[in-house]
Design a protein around this ligand. Structure first.
Ligand code: 7TS
Length: 405
């Protein structure tokens, strides 16, 4: 089945606005995706009809909000084929999910233990582990990358040993779009008894992930990259591992009994959900997942592959343009530079034409260092983008090139 993109675009009023007097072309979806009416309506409905704190009140509204929030958890569980509802921890997004796990391992890692990260990571999946290594004197090892922007899997195999405790890799690189072979990474790590955290910030929006099949130990997601609101996401963790980790934050909701002598903690998932969560955000996240499933991930993938192939082919006709990230397993994202032009300058001119791209290091400085560049221009597509918009980008780049060179 093909997508009726014109019909889909009607769900996103923002796509019809103008920027700098030109129709908006929104190609910054890897930073945050746009939000369809169905999700915005769910947010409005929550605040109009049943805004209340959850898990606490005997009153009607509190019960209604609690039921909706727990139903949202169930929708998310089903979508990712997670075995138990307790394994779905609501967080404020990928960054907080990773920090929760990194904090938790501080009490079990020992001096000389090894943890493995990849060269393709967002800073969110580097810095928390560096902080963990500083605290525990564990050693951080890095899976190197290749010129094509793929992980060197042979080198990965060599890094693994009985000392390896943890491996953390993103499913999809935000700077290059590479889809990493996470199945193989997980399987190999498990052979050494190591646990694996997969950063799913860039994958969950494009790929339907089956977490039982994937067998990741932890998986993190941000709602705002998959048509949901900002400030909410989930951490999936295998039950026995989550049970063994200490709570991340103390406060209301996460306790069983509190006395000044001793506090006992609530069971999963509440142990990791201190304080009032983003109730509306969780409910809206589930709506976003329903929306995406209604469109269908197979349809999304098929259409986005077409957009990627089209954009890649057209971009490469521009003289002096180099694309970074040449894996043949990519999501719909192109990161590029034009010889002699700073990415920031190109991005600024494109913005004047109403085209939103991201420029800079994309919070992935080690990748930029590898290519010895200050940054790239990144155009990241989603299922509501069109080939006509890509044509407009190409025209824009050609015009900008004339102005800048
Ligand atoms: N990991 C990856 C792979 C990401 O792409 C991002 C955000 C994060 C973690 C952090 O997610 P957050 O929701 O907690 O902020 N990436 C981007 C980006 O590429 N441009 O802006 C944000």
């Amino acid at each position: 089945m093909s997508l009726d993109v014109q019909k889909i675009r009607k769900d996103f009023p923002i796509l019809s606005r103008e920027v700098n007097g030109k129709p908006l072309v929104y190609f910054d979806n890897a930073a945050t995706s746009q939000t369809p009416n169905q999700v915005v309506d769910a947010i409005v409905d929550y605040y109009h009809r049943y805004n209340a704190n959850i898990h606490r009140g005997v009153h009607h509204l509190s019960q209604q909000a609690t039921d909706a929030y727990e139903e949202a958890r169930e929708t998310i569980r089903k979508h990712f084929n997670i075995r138990y509802k307790e394994e779905v921890i609501f967080t404020s997004g990928t960054t907080s999910g990773i920090n929760l796990v990194a904090y938790g391992y501080a009490s079990s890692l020992k001096k000389g233990d090894e943890v493995i990260v990849s060269a393709l990571e967002h800073h969110s999946n580097i810095v928390p582990w560096q902080m963990l290594c500083e605290k525990t004197e564990a050693i951080l090892k890095v899976i190197p990358m290749t010129d094509a922007g793929e992980l060197d899997m042979h080198a990965y195999t060599e890094l693994l040993s009985d000392k390896t405790q943890l491996v953390f890799v993103n499913h999809v690189s935000n700077a290059l779009g590479t889809i990493n072979p996470v199945e193989e990474i997980i399987e190999k790590a498990h052979q050494f008894g190591a646990q694996v955290l997969i950063d799913g910030a860039q994958s969950a929006s494009h790929i339907k992930v089956d977490l039982q099949e994937l067998d990741a130990d932890f998986y993190t997601v941000s709602a705002h990259k998959m048509c949901g609101p900002t400030g909410v996401g989930i951490l999936y963790g295998k039950k026995e591992l989550l049970e063994s980790l200490p709570p991340y934050q103390g406060g209301g909701e996460m306790i069983d009994q509190v006395t000044f002598e001793k506090t006992t903690y609530a069971g999963l998932p509440h142990k990791f959900e201190a304080g009032t969560p983003d109730i509306c955000g969780g409910i809206a996240f589930a709506k976003a997942i329903d929306y995406l499933n209604h469109i269908g991930f197979e349809n999304i993938k098929h259409y986005e592959d077409e957009l990627l192939a089209y954009a890649t082919e057209k971009l490469l006709t521009i003289e002096g343009l180099k694309i970074y990230g040449e894996s043949n397993r990519k999501t719909s994202l192109v990161s590029f530079n034009i010889e002699g032009i700073h990415p920031y300058d190109l991005g600024t001119i494109l913005d004047k034409m109403g085209i939103a791209v991201r420029t800079g290091h994309h919070c992935a400085q080690p990748i930029m260092d590898y290519f010895k560049i200050p940054g790239t221009v990144r155009a990241s597509f989603y299922f509501y983008n069109t080939k006509e918009e890509i044509d407009y980008l190409i025209e824009g780049i050609i015009k900008a090139k004339k102005m800048l060179l």
